[in-house]
Design a protein around this ligand. Structure first.
Ligand SMILES: [Zn+2]
Length: 392
């Protein structure tokens, strides 16, 4: 296995990391949490299981198991979180590119507030949501939206944590505006202080504090291909910062994303490990049932009007993973063989083998399953393998 991983591409390395985090998250979740069945077996009642091979844009072969069970949680499951992030980024990118060709402008807003250690995340999110509602209904803020010729927004929630400052919960909104780029720039300068003041007022009404300098960040976005889409990917990709630890050095010391907390939990011992476990569990409990990402009705309507297409924001994850696109190649395999792969922790190795040589990978898994079966019926061991095979 070691030599296969050594040859891995960046994408394969990210898959290893996601799989590693997935195992750590499982250790911390209660036994009845859906994450325990995520990736543990294949569901073959309604579809034919197997492996789907797809060619990536840079010419690499990418394999996925068809029929694999998934929990679909974008908050607490590193695997489903990363998969959903990919879907969301693609949807958002399609909207942004379409609107850009129609000369719409984009304003990126980040709503945050003062926080300190000891402030519970659940209460912070409740109060922050209330503040967002107050801000949305605020007359002056609505007038600014009118001035911008606001046409709808893409909205994402995000959180980091640090020992020094506690939970840093924030909402990102990408506003699509009908005004052209130069006019929006002038409007931002003119109305920036009004928006900051109204956000401060909304926070006060919800029992929070937002400073005028740090509470609300407003930025005009340019060149959607590289800038805006990159931002959306940043908002919605939950393993981004953990991956960047290996490539770019990560965020500044102390500020950790939830999956960085998970990574720290995995790499520490004793008191610090228990602390990281408690922080991660609080994050999972506090975000349960909340929406992480959405596109508002107004923007969906506008996109539909321009393109004649409906936006499917969160298509069923399992359904889309199981669908075989015309350009993809499907290799049917037995559910029992794939279950041998999953139940024996060979997921990463198997996919990498499939990407290198699908026929050899299938034979390897079938042989693994066969030996495992022989072991189970005859007390078989590696040492007497030849004898048992001969006897069979
Ligand atoms: Zn999952």
């Amino acid at each position: 296995m070691a030599d296969i991983v050594a040859l891995s591409s960046q994408r394969q390395k990210k898959r290893c990391l996601t799989n590693h985090l997935h195992k750590k998250a499982r250790q911390l979740m209660p036994y009845d949490d859906r994450i325990h069945f995520c990736g543990s077996h294949v569901q073959n009642e309604f579809i034919k299981p197997g492996v789907i091979l797809t060619e990536t844009t840079n010419g690499e072969t990418c394999a996925r198991i068809r029929g694999i069970a998934r929990c679909g949680s974008s908050w607490s499951c590193p695997t489903c979180g990363a998969l959903k992030a990919e879907q969301r980024t693609q949807t958002a990118a399609a909207i942004i590119k379409t609107l850009d060709t129609q000369r719409y402008s984009f304003v990126f807003m980040t709503f945050t507030c003062f926080h300190k250690p000891g402030m519970g995340l659940n209460d912070l999110i409740d109060r922050h949501s209330k503040a967002m509602q107050v801000f949305k209904q605020d007359k002056s803020a609505r007038n600014v939206k009118k001035a911008f010729e606001f046409q709808g927004a893409i909205i994402g929630a995000d959180s980091t944590w640090s020992d020094k400052n506690g939970w840093h919960w924030h909402i990102h909104e990408l506003w699509a505006c009908a005004k052209d780029s130069d006019d929006i720039q002038a409007d931002i300068e003119q109305f920036k202080s009004t928006l900051k003041q109204r956000w401060q007022h909304a926070c006060k009404r919800s029992g929070l504090y937002a400073s005028l300098s740090n509470g609300l960040h407003i930025k005009q976005m340019f060149s959607p291909d590289h800038d805006t889409v990159g931002y959306i990917a940043k908002i919605s990709d939950p393993v981004r910062e953990v991956s960047s630890q290996y490539t770019k050095g990560g965020r500044k010391e102390g500020h950790m994303t939830p999956f960085q907390i998970l990574e720290k939990y995995a790499n520490t011992t004793g008191k610090l490990k228990r602390r990281m476990a408690a922080v991660y569990k609080e994050y999972v409990e506090s975000t349960k049932g909340r929406r992480q990402f959405r596109i508002d009705t107004k923007l969906k309507g506008l996109y539909e009007e321009i393109t004649g297409e409906l936006i499917e924001l969160d298509p069923d994850l399992v359904e889309s993973l199981n669908a075989v696109k015309p350009e993809e190649h499907f290799i049917p395999m037995l559910g029992s063989t794939l279950n041998w792969v999953l139940m024996n922790d060979h997921y990463i190795e198997f996919l990498e083998r499939c990407e290198a040589d699908i026929g050899a990978a299938q034979r390897w898994a079938e042989e693994g399953e066969r030996l495992s079966f022989l072991r189970s019926i005859s007390g078989f061991s590696e040492a007497n393998q030849d004898m048992i095979v001969f006897a069979a």
